[in-house]
Design a protein around this ligand. Sequence first.
Ligand SMILES: Cc1ncc(COP(=O)(O)O)c(C=O)c1O
Length: 367
Amino acid sequence: MPRPILCTIHPGALRHNLERVRRAVRESRVWAVVKANAYGHGIERVYDALRGADGFALLDLAEAERVRALGWRGPILLLEGVFEPRDLELCSRLALWHAVHCDEQIDWLAAHKTQQPHRVFLKMNSGMNRLGFAPARMRAAWTRLAALPQVEEVSLMMHFSDADGPRGIDAAMAAFDEATRELPGERSLANSAAVLRHAEATRADWVRPGIVLYGGSPDHPEHDAAHWQLQPTMTLATRLIGVQALDAGDTVGYGSRFTAEAPMRIGVAAAGYADGYPRHAPTGTPVLVNGVRTRVVGRVSMDMLAVDLDPVPGAALGSEVVLWGRSAGTGAVLPIDEVAQPCGTIGYELMCAVAPRVPFSVEDNGG
Ligand SMILES: Cc1ncc(COP(=O)(O)O)c(C=O)c1O
């Protein structure tokens, strides 16, 4: 029998979250962001549920090929554009739309021989200083691109650095509006946080939500997933493979990081950092045992972690342990953001880090 750990994807929750985005931005078309293998879920596993989107946005060309291989004929956007000139051949062959964020990408396009002119998204750097043209350079870049016979249509995009926090979107919006005021073309601005927190102000032809489709709150802990009416799309669950009765003073795990203050029972769950559960999860990180919320105790090891069974007196060998997501037994939910926070990270990272050795399944009732 294989180890009992399993990562389950919930298509019904993906559909629900996509619908949640649609309700927030009724007039906009929606790119479903499926980069990083659909935030760790697996492109093939989410495709059916997310094909109700207007397009797929990602950045790896091999992932774009996978989306086309699934039969998707609609738009696909390469969020970082091409990485080298020969990537443009694949863009032509697969009809990929691509971001253009630097002069070199325009040079490559100008030298590219294609029968099929490309649709490009000219990207402005609105303050994050990652990718994109400075506002003052947008007009010149647009003029150059629009004059190329290789280019069919120029759209405009930018990415918010602070849509999830107190700095907000005002400065970025002002810079974008100023730099692009007289430029024609469709616009794409909003990520998840902007869609949920600033829908009116960031309204545009296209939105680019990622994390909200996967049920993560983009601004946790200010707001949790329940506040935004999002459902978890991934459950990482396992079972207890051991139970120990501790006396006061007994310790747990490597480094004896946890000491029992009184007699207690702990369970040993078949999940560790080699499965993608963070090793730095401290004692107290929430976990569900038989749907009851309890905590991790002691250091997470490669293949196992220990949980406090005092709140779950009925727990025994084989009991369900949900590390994040939804309990199949009770329906109780442990939001991934609540696991990520004590680990000093965000739900995005946990989703993306589920290890290759973990088997996946897709819930077949769509629920
Ligand atoms: C350019 C771009 N657009 C959209 C997204 C989606 O962001 P989020 O998952 O926060 O909605 C990302 C993700 O980092 C991105 O890089």
